[in-house]
Design a protein around this ligand. Structure first.
Ligand code: PEP
Ligand code: MN
Length: 343
């Protein structure tokens, strides 16, 4: 349920509504609406049955939230969430670009990738130190050593770091060395991990599960949001009967998520297609569809990559792609072209 306060409601009115909600054993979260304050109520609202919320001073009205997820829903939080990662905004209009190799392989490889990524204008360097590989015999990542190399690359370039965390024990080291923690597709419904990562104090990017519906994905975000409002969603393709591509990139998820949720959404056309040739057209389309940014794999030498070389861009292809992405984003801004229809 959300309680919408009148524009002229006083601080005392808000404090009193919060007190009433909390004394009924529910949680109250105060949010800034376009014109007025909104109080989100979490928990079993039947506990409020004997209290006439709408009659409390300063209350305009109260509205039940129809979805099973609450904190992630646009009904609960009508304004778009903008996540500030130490000065870089995600969801604020400028596309957030996260690029880098699938995995951190060595200092030389990551530094070379970081220079390319930076030259193209990305704000975030990606690279897995803990790799959730299908085969236990594939390269599993450099672990803490990889995190340290990522942190060194941040020092050298000023790029922010996003990297994946795969276990509860990994949360503390990953949070120490990175700016955004990534939950990979394979862990989207690892609820124990989601609950713990919410407590890490840093923004979390939640990738869509390999076979997850949008509803399941937003419910997964809800687990993290119990402790942490700074969640970014990432569409990375879903399993379908198509075998030409590694996954089927569901660009319609951008429009659906924007309607259902206030959270920013990033599109990953590397994992979404599995083919480097398809990254550019899907990246262009994602920006035109209203995505808040892109995640892409870039490698100084994709032919030698220890993982996902076939879906990694070379320097030349990445710089060409970024040139186009910047032009599309600028055109949309200058022409005031907003593809998102919320109502
Ligand atoms: C990744 O981004 O490195 C990754 C493993 O992606 P996903 O979880 O989407 O498969
Ligand atoms: Mn990868």
């Amino acid at each position: 349920m959300v309680i919408i306060m009148r524009p002229e409601a006083t601080l005392e009115n808000i404090v009193e509504v919060t007190r009433v909600v909390e004394s009924a054993g529910l949680q109250a979260k105060i949010m800034e609406g376009a014109q007025q304050k909104i109080i989100g109520v979490i928990g079993d609202k039947t506990k409020l049955v004997s209290v006439a919320i709408d009659a409390l001073p300063g209350v305009e009205n109260s509205v039940a939230i129809s979805k099973s997820y609450k904190l992630a829903s646009r009904e609960f939080h009508p304004q778009n969430t903008v996540i500030d990662v130490d000065g870089v905004k995600i969801g604020g209009g400028e596309p957030a670009i996260m690029a880098g190799p699938c995995a951190v392989e060595s200092r030389e490889q990551l530094f070379a990738a970081a220079d390319i990524v930076k030259a193209g204008g990305a704000q975030f360097l990606r690279g897995g130190a803990y790799k959730p590989r299908t085969s236990p015999y594939s390269f599993q990542g450099l672990e803490v050593e990889g995190l340290k190399i990522l942190a060194e690359a941040r020092e050298r370039t000023g790029l922010k770091i996003i990297t994946e965390v795969t276990t509860v024990e990994g949360i503390a080291p990953v949070a120490e060395y990175s700016d955004i923690l990534q939950i990979g597709a394979r862990n989207m419904q690892n609820f124990g991990l989601l609950k713990e990562v919410g407590k890490c104090g840093k923004p979390v990017m939640l990738k869509r599960g390999l076979a997850a519906t949008i509803d399941e994905w937003l419910n997964a975000a809800e687990y993290i949001m119990n402790d942490n409002p700074n969640v970014i969603l990432c569409e990375r393709g879903i399993r379908t009967y198509e075998t030409y591509t590694r996954n089927t990139l569901d660009l319609s998820a951008v429009a659906a998520v924007k309607h259902l949720s206030h959270l920013p959404i990033i599109v990953d056309p590397s994992h979404g297609t599995g083919k480097w040739r398809m990254i550019k057209p899907m990246a262009f389309a994602a920006i035109a569809a209203g995505a808040d940014g892109l995640m892409m794999e870039v490698h100084p030498n994709p032919a030698k990559a220890l993982s996902d070389g076939s879906q990694s861009l070379t320097q030349e292809h990445y710089l060409d792609l970024m040139n186009g992405v910047k032009k599309i984003a600028k055109f949309m801004k200058d022409e005031n072209l907003n593809p998102i229809v919320i109502d």
